[in-house]
Design a protein around this ligand. Structure first.
Ligand code: GLU
Length: 488
């Protein structure tokens, strides 16, 4: 059965690139009718962050990315499911040690006693000679007796992989096709650190093998590690999984996506009020496309369409405008009631969720919203009476002066009073009378509509005057205009 995995390190948050890797692996597994495993790569104890795994699980499941095996949450407690566990590398230390020993026994690995100082000197020398930094194999030629006595004497040692130098390391990547590496350029990687913990490389290969992983889908940044992994599979005599390295994420200026240029945690986008559908749709297009003009895909549709063959090699530009665009689309697709449900928890002023006036206000802002977090500000004027702001009201560009504003307020109150409360709710019934009024008073439309909009909303930007009047209703509208008039 095609089996893949998502293998994050618990660093505290889910990187947006990690979310894409998880999504692609998930889509692949579901499309193939296969399996996806979640494995926590927590071998680096120095980087351990409290609560990081819980956070990863919560975030992935918020997106609807579900795993067949691995850790999951039952309430606040982490449990594990599946027969290939444990799924935390920190619980598998013995397996790694055992396999490192096997490599030692068969001549595919060796003890290295070089001190950090010696390694530092070596690297500096290599730098001077403009050679790539890599271990010079000093300890590779130690005799078994020497190794034994130094270990017995308690000298600190790591275990290094012995990369065979006699043939090219080759594999076919699902996205990058034929890959070939000169083994002399591949470093003899540390497999077991001096304190006995494995490095990512050994743990990753051992786990992928024992967890039955047939497809390794991961970011391009791991490509330089792959020849080392291939050499390990070969040393163990294990079948090599199919690799697929998905392209880097780039900033608009084509530099590698970094924290400095914006948010890189998936949680940040959730907290900003982006919709799940929008983030998923946006992420799916980072390096993949369906080969058609279609742009909107639900998770189910992505599963149906996803194909590793359609993933590009070139870096994928992380363009937030595109995310806003997707988000605006999905916000407009919601029913007013659904949108009201989403907006309600963000609101910090007094509203009732099922109040028709609240629903009406949400309907008015729906087409203008690109992010949920903008909603409270956009809705505020519906629920709080604007205060008088002369500077905003008197708009020289629109030729609004105190005199014209006064006239506009007085006369439009008269006009609006003549419209029934029921008719008031349809902006079409308000348009003509107010435009006729402007003509009659020999004022420009803006000389009426601007002051009214300011009196009704107190905002520089808002939906148009007719729409606002209809949404506020007759009573509130007239009251607010009256109050501005009194202030003039
Ligand atoms: N632990 C690695 C990471 O954090 C996994 C890389 C891989 O998928 O092999 O991304």
């Amino acid at each position: 059965m095609p089996t893949t995995r998502f293998a994050p390190s618990p660093t505290g948050y889910l990187h947006i690139g990690g979310l894409r890797t998880a999504l692609f692996a998930y889509l692949f597994a579901r499309k193939q009718g296969g399996k996806i495993i979640l494995r926590i790569e927590d071998t680096d104890q120095k980087r351990y962050v409290q609560g990081a795994t819980e956070n990863l699980i919560k975030t992935l499941s918020w997106f609807g990315i579900e795993f067949d095996e691995g850790p999951y949450l039952e309430g606040e407690e982490i449990k594990e499911k599946g027969e290939n566990g444990p799924y935390f590398q920190s619980k598998r230390t013995e397996i790694y040690k055992e396999h490192a020993q096997k490599l030692l026994d068969e001549g595919h690995a060796y003890y290295c006693f070089c001190t950090p100082e010696r390694l530092q000197e070596m690297r500096e020398q290599q730098q001077k000679e403009k050679k790539p930094p890599m271990y010079d194999r000093k300890c590779c030629s130690l005799t078994p007796e020497e190794v034994k006595s130094r270990l017995e004497a308690g000298e600190r040692a790591v275990i290094r992989q012995k990369i065979p130098h006699d043939k090219l390391i080759e594999f076919t990547d699902s996205i990058r096709d034929e890959m070939s590496f000169d083994p002399k350029t591949i470093d003899d990687q540390v497999l077991i650190k001096s304190e006995g913990f494995p490095t990512y490389h050994l743990a990753n290969v051992v786990d992928d093998h024992f967890m039955g992983i047939t497809h390794v889908i991961r970011g391009e940044e791991w490509l330089p590690s792959t020849p080392k992994h291939i050499a390990l599979y070969q040393a163990f005599g294990w079948e090599i999984p199919q690799f697929a390295h998905i392209p880097l994420l780039l900033n608009l200026d084509k530099s590698k996506l970094s924290k400095r240029q914006g948010d890189v945690a998936a949680e940040d986008y959730i907290n900003k009020g982006y919709l799940r559908e929008a983030i998923l749709n946006f992420i799916a297009f980072l390096g993949w496309n369906p080969g058609t003009e279609e742009e909107f895909f639900s998770l189910e549709q992505l599963i149906e369409k996803f194909d590793l063959k359609r993933v590009q090699k070139a870096g994928a530009i992380f363009n937030l405008e595109k995310l806003d665009w997707f988000n605006g689309h999905y916000l407009r697709e919601k029913s007013v009631a659904e949108l009201a449900d989403l907006v309600f928890p963000l609101i910090d002023f007094d509203v009732k969720k099922d109040d028709p006036y609240f629903l009406k206000s949400v309907e008015v802002i729906q087409t203008r919203l690109t992010k949920l977090e903008e909603a409270p500000e956009m809705l505020r004027f519906f629920f709080t009476e604007p205060s008088y702001e002369e500077e905003l009201l008197l708009n020289p560009k629109m030729k609004v002066t105190k005199e014209t504003a006064k006239l506009a307020f007085q006369k439009s109150i008269e006009t609006l009073e003549k419209i029934s409360a029921e008719d008031f709710e349809d902006e079409e019934n308000l348009k003509q009378p107010l435009l006729d009024l402007a003509k009659e008073l020999e004022l420009k439309n803006g000389q009426i509509l601007w002051p009214l909009r300011v009196a009704l909303t107190g905002e520089k930007y808002s939906p148009g005057t007719f729409e606002v009047l209809a949404a506020l209703g007759k009573e509130k509208s007239v009251e607010r205009i009256q109050s501005y008039l009194t202030n003039l």
